[in-house]
Write a new protein. Structure first.
Length: 79
């Protein structure tokens, strides 16, 4: 069974599931909530650059996956 546990921290871009940190300091990164916009001449996709402290109305908390196994007695009582 997999459980999702929210990552602690303020509800800003830095804890959003769509935030991808650009550096190891995690103070700035890309917002991947939508597809990247294409640049005219290079045809490279660019995501919006945001600070970890920024926020928007489409915030979704990032979750970590944690595997947990049920003991047989708990599995039988759950069925």
């Amino acid at each position: 069974m997999r459980l999702l546990n929210p990552i602690s921290g303020p509800d800003g871009c830095g804890t959003c599931r769509f935030f991808v940190a650009a550096t190891s300091t995690v103070s700035i990164g890309d917002c991947h909530i939508a597809r990247p916009s294409l640049q005219d001449e290079t045809l490279l996709g660019i995501w919006p650059l945001v600070r970890a402290s920024d926020y928007c109305g489409e915030y979704e908390r990032r979750y970590t996956e944690e595997r947990r196994t049920l003991c047989p007695a708990a599995a039988l009582s759950a069925a």
